[in-house]
Design a protein around this ligand. Structure first.
Ligand code: BGC
Length: 364
């Protein structure tokens, strides 16, 4: 059974954004509460930052944190969540490996009246998800496509037509099909690219333009490298590839490896990315990867910790700014969305170094 708080209508959630003050005993009960945090994998830099940041922020609020990484293994993540429920967690924060695969542990959590916050990736097909903290995922895809156009010279930074007219050859990569974000990124990107594809200014020689045809299971760079090699071998024997829509830095590096193996460089096709991971930022500085999308995981952790703290004190979290877009197949999950930032060689220093995300030394 869900707690009474969860049947409050959405409008009331917004109106109550400041939340009723918690009683002394609620605050007492929340202090030192165990929070179970599960993350998808340590193999990508961003999730390591996410985990550390959330742990630090929750501990600073006096909570205890059990942080686990599932290493992209679904049964492993199910078990970790079940363990946390058994250990007496009072709240769960979950960045899923497969957003639809956790309905059973989520039901267990609901039965034990444990609230759940979906972190970065929406938890799908379950009523037992209370809140969602993430970035403007559609906008991430828009920014990726816009930077692809800018890199090709079809558009300038301010959105006006660029010096080139094309046509250009591009290939499309999407993220893992079991991650709700992958669809948002791809749809955002296609909303920008479609007119250029329709007019023939951009040409996908492989013919692979449907989401299902271009996904990359578990966002795996090696899978992307192989797909890129296959496409180069079949569709680019006599024609050069000019650009690649890549949804994530780990995939971008796989794509660049395939390009190098096939004789590309020192001038590379325009390759996009996401997460501003260190190897990719270095690659951008070295004129290989063209761009990435920076998502400040420190901010996401801060927002999530504030949400968690409010929920533990039985208040409605004040940090909600989207009550419409994240239908998970059963319900619309009230969400807080943060802004992503498009980064390339021209602005990486301002965005990543001056904000303290990286130091100059790290990028050398
Ligand atoms: C995240 C991205 C990340 C991708 C691969 C997505 O769910 O939103 O930031 O690049 O997973 O880890």
């Amino acid at each position: 059974m869900r707690s009474a708080r969860l049947v409050v209508p959405l409008v009331a959630l917004v109106l109550a954004a400041c939340g009723a003050p918690a009683t002394g005993s609620q605050v007492q009960a929340a202090k030192g509460a165990l929070v179970g945090v599960t993350m998808p994998t340590t193999s990508s830099e961003r999730w390591n930052h996410d985990g550390q940041n959330i742990k630090r922020d929750l501990e600073a609020k006096g909570h205890r944190v059990d942080l686990r990484y599932a290493e992209n293994d679904v049964p492993n993540q199910v078990k970790q969540i079940e363990d946390q429920i058994r250990a007496g967690a009072k709240l769960l924060i979950i960045a899923s490996v497969d957003g639809s695969a956790l309905t059973k542990p989520l039901q267990l959590a609901a039965d034990a009246r444990i609230p759940v916050i979906a972190y970065d990736r929406l938890l799908r097909d379950s009523p037992n998800v209370d809140y969602y903290a993430t970035f403007e995922n559609f906008r991430v895809g828009v920014y990726q496509a816009e930077s692809l156009l800018t890199g090709l010279g079809l558009r300038t930074g301010d959105g006006s037509p660029g010096p080139s007219t094309g046509p250009f050859t591009i290939e499309l990569f999407a993220g893992s099909p079991d991650d709700n974000n992958a669809t948002f990124f791809f749809n955002g990107a296609m909303s920008v690219l479609k007119p250029y594809l329709d007019s023939g200014t951009l040409v996908v020689r492989s013919g692979q333009t449907d989401f299902q045809a271009v996904t990359t299971l578990r966002w795996d760079g090696e899978t992307a490298r192989k797909r890129m090699e296959d496409i180069l071998a079949t569709s680019y024997r006599r024609t050069k590839l000019n650009g690649v829509l890549s949804p994530y830095d780990g995939i971008s590096l796989g794509i660049l490896t395939a390009l190098k193996n096939n004789g590309y460089g020192p001038v590379f096709p325009i390759v996009t990315g996401q997460d501003a991971e260190l190897p990719s930022v270095k690659s951008i500085i070295a004129d290989q990867q063209y761009s990435t999308i920076y998502k400040d995981t420190r901010e996401l952790a801060t927002v999530t910790a504030l949400m968690a703290d409010a929920v533990l004190k039985e208040r409605t979290p004040p940090q909600l700014n989207n009550l419409n877009d994240y239908y998970n197949g059963v319900k619309v999950v009230p969400a807080f969305l943060l802004n992503p930032v498009s980064v390339n060689k021209a602005n990486y220093h301002k965005v990543l170094v001056e904000s303290g995300y990286y130091t100059d030394d790290q990028l050398r």
